[in-house]
Ligand binder design. Structure first.
Ligand code: ASP
Length: 281
């Protein structure tokens, strides 16, 4: 049994067009199916990187190409991966000018120092052959110049369960948009991306809320301690509500149960199991 779910952050009915919604549905459907095919012959860890790279390359989403611009006019991206088997986590925080932050996070996986930020992350990327690449889109610059706030957050993520029963999770983001320089996103922390042998979770939403509620860590820990995936989500999202938090998460447990939940309408996601394609609506 292999399973896969991906997300593309949030969609806002009030500020985004029907056309964008259809485009996101279509794109997530294609990437979910393509990544599922890949999972047939690859591990969960390889597949989450593959899926998130495809999502980063898609201009529709706020990760890699299409990332939002920070308050000083620069793009800084964050991404992480976690392998449920080895319990290893690696990631980059506020990296600049690389096409695929998730590939840099993957490269760090075999190192002793596995989470790098800012200049260190950029130097590591260059030393490892990641060429300078500008991920800025004209549309993002226009939004920035108009001093518009984010039009619906669009972080991306993937959780996969492979044929060996191993789970892995990956998350990549361009951030909230207009954030202070130096602000740390949840996406390369255990609150936003977490996996062990029982469950894997990738989050999107307001990073500060996700960290305050330790969303991914809590869900995974609760499933590990015996709750069903639904119970774990319900409890975690009830607690999130207590702080008026804004978040969404996708997950898969070791038995292949796929789950997702959001605190506000609506997180965009797609899952595929070889027969059934489920896409946000
Ligand atoms: N969680 C991301 C952040 O706060 C944003 C998002 O999910 O869209 O950096």
């Amino acid at each position: 049994m292999i399973k896969l779910i991906i997300h593309g952050g949030f969609f806002s009915e009030s500020s985004q067009s029907q056309e964008t919604k259809l485009a996101k549905q279509q794109s997530l459907s294609i990437i979910a199916k393509q990544s599922y095919e890949y999972l047939k012959t690859h591990t969960a860890l390889q597949t989450i990187v593959y899926a998130v790279e495809l999502l980063e390359n898609d201009e529709l989403f706020n990760a890699g190409i299409g990332s939002q611009i920070q308050s000083d006019g620069k793009i800084r991206m964050s991404a992480s991966i976690m392998d449920g088997v080895s319990a290893k986590f690696s990631g980059v925080i506020n990296i600049e000018d690389v096409k695929n932050p998730i590939k840099v996070a993957e490269k760090l996986f075999t190192h002793d120092d596995r989470v790098l930020g800012g200049e260190g992350a950029i130097s590591f990327a260059r030393a490892n052959g990641f060429e300078k690449f500008n991920t800025e889109l004209p549309q993002r610059r226009l939004e920035y110049e108009a001093k518009l706030k984010s039009k619906g957050m669009g972080t991306v993520g993937c959780v996969a369960l492979d044929a060996q029963g191993h789970i892995a999770a990956a998350t990549s983001t361009g951030g909230k948009g207009f954030e202070m320089v130096g602000r740390i996103s949840d996406s390369a922390t255990a609150a936003g991306n977490y996996a062990n042998e029982y469950c894997g979770v990738s989050c999107t939403g307001v990073g500060e809320d996700i960290v305050s509620s330790a969303v991914a860590t809590k869900i995974v820990t609760r499933v590990t301690d015996g709750m069903s995936i639904k119970q774990a989500f319900d409890k975690t999202f009830t607690e999130l509500k207590n702080i008026d938090g804004f978040a969404g998460a996708i997950a898969i447990d070791k038995d292949g149960n796929i789950y997702h939940q959001d605190s506000h309408p609506m997180m965009v996601y797609a899952s595929y199991d070889g027969t059934n394609l489920e896409v946000f609506n």
